[in-house]
Design a protein around this ligand. Sequence first.
Ligand SMILES: Cc1cc2nc3c(=O)[nH]c(=O)nc-3n(C[C@H](O)[C@H](O)[C@H](O)COP(=O)(O)OP(=O)(O)OC[C@H]3O[C@@H](n4cnc5c(N)ncnc54)[C@H](O)[C@@H]3O)c2cc1C
Length: 414
Amino acid sequence: MKFDNIIIGGGLSGLTCGIKLAEQGRKCAIVSSGQSAIHFFSGSFDLLSKVDGKEVKNPLEGMKSLASNHPYQRVGLENISRLVEEAPQLLVRAGLNFAGQADQNHYALTPMGVMKPTWLTIDDFSRFFHNDSFPWKKAAILNFSGFLDFHTLFVQDGLKKFGVETQVKNFAMKEFEAIRRNPSEMRSTNIAKVFDRGIIIDEFAEKVNELSKGFNVVILPSVFGLFNKNVTAEIRAKIDKPVVLVPAIPPSVPGIRSQILLRKRFEELGGTYFLGDNVEGGTIENNKLVAIQTNNHGDIKLEADQFILASGSFYSKGIVATREKLYEPILGLDIDGEVEDSEKWLDEKFFNDQPYMHYGVKTDKQFRAMMNGKPIENLYVAGSVLGGANALKEGSGAGISLLTSLHVAEQLLK
Ligand SMILES: Cc1cc2nc3c(=O)[nH]c(=O)nc-3n(C[C@H](O)[C@H](O)[C@H](O)COP(=O)(O)OP(=O)(O)OC[C@H]3O[C@@H](n4cnc5c(N)ncnc54)[C@H](O)[C@@H]3O)c2cc1C
């Protein structure tokens, strides 16, 4: 099977790269072994929240002090300031509405009840502009009886610090009785599926209005709109006060919906998505990747003019570490990091910046993967499989994934 471009990995970076290429008429395939980090999505995409442990208010300014091997520096700050405008527009074309500015972080309320600086927040969630206050004085925190994945007491504790008077109330509805019987079924996705049918929205809104009498705002877990993206807006319209949704424990309903809509957009543009297929190796000839072998395709090789590796970091097994070895498992690409000396992977202080978190596939200036010190001419690298950043420490995960993937797509389209 022959394509113009094959992307290994169907997470945020693989999908957005594939969409950009397919929008320009490229015949693309994405091969993805399984779930991606989007399934754990908090509702916000971070661009840059911290540098050297200090909060960044303006990510575009903050980037200027990042090391020269950081993915943002390698994309180039001029390119970044253009791509931060392009990224949300691409998401809108997929049916995903995000709000935020790259030159001014806003805050999102986390499940721990704290305000976290971030770049883009999906329209399910509220954006806040102060990290030490909350716009309302009296909040009703409502939860479904038996739903253990929304930790109301953390939210209550967090809001108390902002001087908010709160009350937690659990409520039951007969439509949830069937899933409530088994606690492992009472998960956010199953609750969302009940709402997706549309029939209980009026009854739910009435209940919420009743329980929140005397309060200025309603706080609910984010369990709305798995396949039907209009549910959240319908619920908001029927509740007679502002509604603030807080992420529940994953799987994330807005995350799964985002993955579904990105994949749909890619396929509508003519892309081919091979889900549940693991890339096991590739054929390299004259410094070029000619074809990849996958678990499901067996002897049928997948060929392309150019390939993009977007296989994620340790979490998705794009990079693998054992006690002895830290490596890129598909082709054995060069790693940017102290791979030879495992003593240097870790800092003994757990909360310090861990060196291994900066490790990833080594590339040249054009983001082509290095192997034995030489670039593979037609293999590009995007997303969290790249080295040079501790995305967790600096709050830059989605920004790196989105912006490197759009940049790499641009290199391929030149
Ligand atoms: C659990 C988790 C939650 C996060 N939440 C957020 C958040 O809310 N906001 C934020 O800004 N950042 C978050 N991040 C940071 C995150 O890295 C980025 O946001 C981003 O989603 C990563 O996208 P990616 O495409 O680079 O990698 P991934 O999302 O990891 O996707 C890689 C994909 O490649 C596939 N793959 C791997 N190996 C193979 C193979 N051999 N063959 C075929 N397919 C393969 C995997 O199955 C996976 O689907 C989170 C990270 C993690 C780990």
